[in-house]
Design a protein around this ligand. Structure first.
Ligand code: GTP
Ligand code: SPV
Ligand code: MN
Length: 583
């Protein structure tokens, strides 16, 4: 046996001694294995079968009502030095973290099956991919990991060849929010998660591995692990550019990744293809450009708001072979959520109670679908390319009801890093806590960076090297509101208008208005044909509120100071330069 398989076996044995399961099951990822697990979960009530005629092979899972989102206050990064985790993370010393977690895991799998899930993040034959093994006592996690990752025998074979893998130990425990922690030990490539069965808390390949642990690996190996979608834009000439975009949770990544061009664009021959909707791993190629892969194999998308109008590609994807979590159901067992707008009505809400809009929405605001990327009509074959796709533009964006215009271009890489580092966004239902509170969420990585943000910003800056052909960096805000509280920009498919302008800036065919915060589009060069934007909308989407930006830059300065002397001087200087120009 290879030494990596020996390491794996010893770890599984040690975990079994600690957690004392009744059975151990090594997942091979086969159809038969999946069918058996689904049958078992239907029998014990974990899964509820949806209408086979309208939604073949699809199921509903209702999570515990106290377990419906990521829990940032219970998520820790355990590095030997507190400073290495940084002010952006909750920290615990590794020995304390292990002791606390192992006490929770002690005997927790009695009466349960321990599942061993070998998985690969990224195409199985890509040099950019990385493997992991999750141990869990949740068959729901197994079924989701099978959709979200390349799981089973091929991953195990790669682990055997490669030697290293990320160890993720997970138990749903008692689903008690008071006995729930998600801990990361980056130096040990180890994750321990207890007490939650939901999303990023439990599907350890996703945020725990592919962002928190991977960001740490990426820093030492010279690449980037980012909370970004990746999409391809084919213009009428048949040329394709790839764009990577970082928006915080529930701020539009899945929607942008699956965009359907507006009518005029469709007629002209524009086409959008999807590489990924949540995570992007990228590294410089031999030609100096950044090449990106989507480490995931499926989508764990927000259900509410998904409709034939807003996201037809997502809706088509989830017509079959889908696991829905925490949505409502109709009388004939079809899944339903707010904003589906399909003329049907729910009878049962996400908690399994008769639907009463006065009590709670039919679907939880963070209800989700899990579906294979291969089911998505816009999924690009390039997503399986082991070399990844070259990135022409990086986009940062958040939910900003005020101040921030629709789009601006940064002047250079350092300015781009500052804009990413100072990004703000209003919080959403993707994590427990208050919704709609503006907070800094650098590169949309606030909940996901596995090390000190000051070092992370320095790592970003380090890509600006002789010979590098870095993407242009932009900032967008689809969520600017008018005085009436309504969104000023139509968003969704019409966001292609903004992407088109970015590509014109990339190839040099559009001008721009230079301002202290960056380059704004000339409204003559950003296609607004067919939109009826009010005077207020035009002013707010394309204008610069100088006094507002002065206050914003003062606040950015204070934010950067929180990182102390570790913050790269170049970012301080850039912030001061812009603040001075605004004064
Ligand atoms: P995570 O999976 O949590 O990382 O979220 P995400 O970034 O993929 O967000 P998603 O695309 O699922 O969108 C979240 C919410 O934002 C949904 O309710 C969408 O309908 C809404 N949304 C997405 N794009 C737009 C847009 O361009 N304009 C407006 N107004 N809303 C949007
Ligand atoms: C997010 O919150 O950014 C998600 C959902 O993509 S979760 O997998 O729960 O992290
Ligand atoms: Mn996400």
């Amino acid at each position: 046996m290879s030494s990596s398989l020996e390491t794996l076996n010893q770890w599984v044995e040690a975990v079994a001694r600690l957690t004392r399961p009744d059975r151990i099951h090594w997942c091979d990822g086969s159809d038969a294995e999946n069918a058996a697990l689904i049958a078992q979960m239907q029998a014990d009530g974990t899964l509820f079968k949806l209408n086979e005629q309208t939604h073949p092979n699809s199921y509903l899972h209702r999570s515990h009502p106290d377990d419906v989102a990521r829990v940032e206050h219970l998520t820790f990064v355990c590095t030997p030095e507190r400073e290495d985790a940084g002010p952006n993370n909750h920290w615990m010393a590794p020995a304390d973290g292990h002791a606390q977690m192992d006490a929770l895991f002690d005997g927790c799998m009695a009466g349960r099956t321990l599942y061993v899930i070998p998985y690969c993040m990224g195409p199985i034959d890509s040099p950019l991919s990385r493997c992991g093994v999750e141990i869990t006592d949740s068959p729901y996690v197994v079924a989701n990991m099978r959709i979200m990752t390349r799981m089973g025998a091929p991953a195990l074979a790669r682990i055997e060849r490669e030697g290293t893998f990320v160890k993720g130990l997970h138990s749903i425990g008692e689903l008690d929010p008071n006995r729930r922690y998600i801990m990361h030990f980056p130096e040990e490539l180890t994750i321990k998660s207890f007490g939650s069965g939901y999303g990023g808390n439990a599907l350890l390949g996703k945020k725990c591995h592919a962002l928190r642990i991977a960001s740490h690996q990426a820093r030492s190996e010279g690449w980037l692990a980012e909370h970004m979608l990746i999409l391809g834009i084919e213009n009428p000439k048949g040329e394709t550019h790839y764009i990577a975009a970082a928006f915080p949770s529930a701020c539009g990544k899945t929607n942008l990744a699956m965009l359907i061009p507006p009518e005029g664009y469709l007629q002209d021959g524009w086409k959008i293809t999807t590489i990924g909707d949540d995570i992007c791993w990228m590294r410089p190629g031999k030609d100096g450009r950044l090449y990106a892969i989507n480490p995931e194999a499926g989508f764990f998308g927000v259900a509410p708001g998904t409709s034939a109008k807003s996201n037809p590609n997502a809706l088509a994807s989830i017509q079959a072979d889908t696991i829905f979590t925490n949505v409502g159901v109709t009388a004939d067992n079809q899944p339903w959520w707010e904003g589906l707008d399909n003329g049907q009505t729910p009878v049962t809400d996400w908690q399994g109670q008769p639907y009463d809009p006065a009590v709670r929405p039919a679907a939880h605001p963070n209800s989700r679908f899990t579906v294979s990327a291969k089911r998505c009509p816009s999924y690009s074959p390039m997503a399986e390319d082991p070399q990844g796709v070259p990135i022409s533009a990086i986009v940062f964006g958040g939910r900003r009801a005020s101040l921030v215009p629709l789009v601006f271009e940064t002047r250079d890489w350092t300015h781009g890093v500052l804009v990413g580092a100072s990004m703000g966004s209003e919080t959403t239902a993707a994590a427990t806590g208050a919704v709609g509170v503006m907070r800094r969420d650098p590169m949309a990585m606030k909940p996901f960076c596995g090390y000190n943000f000051a070092d992370y910003f320095a790592h970003w800056l380090s890509f600006d090297q002789p010979g590098a052909k870095l993407p242009k960096v932009f900032h967008v805000n689809w969520f600017r509101k008018g005085d009436d509280g309504k969104f000023l920009w139509p968003g969704f498919g019409d966001n292609l208008r903004v992407l088109e302008w970015m590509l014109k800036r990339v190839d040099g065919s559009a001008g721009a208005q230079e301002t202290p915060i960056g380059n704004l589009p000339l409204t003559s060069e950003l296609n607004l044909d067919g939109l009826s934007l009010s005077e207020e909308a035009r002013n707010k989407l394309f204008g610069l509120d100088r006094a507002g930006w002065q206050a914003e830059f003062a606040s950015i300065g204070e934010y950067l100071d929180e990182y102390g002397p570790r913050l790269p001087q170049a970012l301080h200087e850039e912030q001061q330069r812009i603040a001075a120009r605004l004064a």
